[in-house]
Design a protein around this ligand. Structure first.
Ligand code: ZN
Length: 221
């Protein structure tokens, strides 16, 4: 990704440049900036209706039968409209997806991400929120009601700090809470010793992004 594009995306100029120790037998991004560029280009194709559906042929499937080297780990919402491979126009073996309503980095999800980091050493994690997230809206609604199913309340507990952080900010509460939640989950991930140490060593970059349901655009925040 070029300097101007990084600045436009609000990303730091100094991104990790270390290579993965075991290169994939295909042209996988090796640095965070390369990975971000791959995702940005794929999302642009998606927005403009020029998707290529890469890496979905039988040859790719057969290559992957003996191993994988995803270049990015995603933590996204389970929302049916926010499927990472589709939004970023990627394919099999490209993305190690973790999806749960509200894109929450609880212990199970963090363990899943740590597993992927230990085994595949991708240079990038993307925490992917989206507009009008139902889970975040439920957490906002829970400020004024206590009636909700047992396990939904567990989601709400995880999202409540993001909603509270967004209270009082100008604009739409849910939209602001979606962004606050992305920042919150990134902080949670950095508390993992596995993730935090890699990030501090420059081996890993944890990015936040918001998917626009109306335009199809993913904006890194
Ligand atoms: Zn959602």
């Amino acid at each position: 990704m070029r300097r101007r594009a990084l600045l436009a995306a609000g990303l730091p100029l100094a991104l990790p440049t270390l290579s993965s120790p075991s290169p994939a037998p295909w042209n996988a991004p090796r640095t965070a900036s390369q990975a971000l560029a791959r995702l940005t280009e794929g999302n642009r194709r998606f927005v403009e209706g020029r998707t290529r559906h890469p890496h979905q042929q039988p040859r790719r499937q057969h290559l992957l039968a003996s191993g994988q080297q995803p270049f990015v780990i995603t933590l996204g919402c389970a929302d049916s409209r926010v499927a990472p491979e589709i939004l970023f126009d990627q394919g099999l073996g490209d993305m190690f997806d973790n999806r749960v309503a509200g894109n929450i980095a609880d212990d199970l999800v963090t363990g899943s991400i740590e597993y992927a980091l230990e085994h595949f050493q991708p240079p990038l994690i993307v925490v992917l929120g989206h507009e009008r997230c139902g889970a975040v809206a439920a957490a906002a609604g829970a400020l004024t009601t206590t009636a909700m199913p047992d396990h939904v309340s567990i989601l709400v507990q995880h999202l409540r700090p993001a909603v509270e952080a967004a209270l009082g900010r100008p604009g739409d509460l849910v939209a602001n809470a979606v962004r606050a939640n992305i920042a919150l989950q990134i902080r949670c991930l950095h508390r993992s010793p596995v993730i935090g140490s890699r990030a501090r060593n420059g081996q890993l970059y944890v990015a936040g992004a918001v998917y626009d349901l109306d335009t199809g655009e993913v904006r890194f925040v």
